[in-house]
Design a protein around this ligand. Structure first.
Ligand SMILES: [Zn+2]
Length: 89
């Protein structure tokens, strides 16, 4: 399966399984028991903490987007470096 995913986490695309973990996690749907894909430790933990809730994870995306907007208005120097990419100066 890792070959199907080209050796990367299906969510974040990292090619390392995560700190102290040597293998990717085989993620199952807890209801259907079907295998969903290989995830790094961080993304698997994230899904577990969100209880596989699309509503919760969508809310987290909105939350992060809104806080980034606030940063860009108040102080552009406090933006994380990931937001600065693609900006030509
Ligand atoms: Zn990941």
């Amino acid at each position: 399966m890792l070959k199907l995913q080209e050796g990367v986490c299906k969510i974040c695309g990292t090619n390392t399984p995560g700190s102290r973990h040597r293998f990717f996690v085989v993620d199952h749907c807890h209801d259907s028991k079907q295998i969903r894909g290989l995830l790094c430790h961080h993304c698997n933990t994230m899904l577990g903490h969100a209880r596989d809730s699309i509503t919760t994870l969508s809310g987290a995306i909105l939350y992060l987007e809104e806080s980034r907007k606030e940063w860009s208005v108040s102080d552009s120097s406090s933006q994380p470096s990931c937001c600065a990419s693609g900006l030509d100066s």
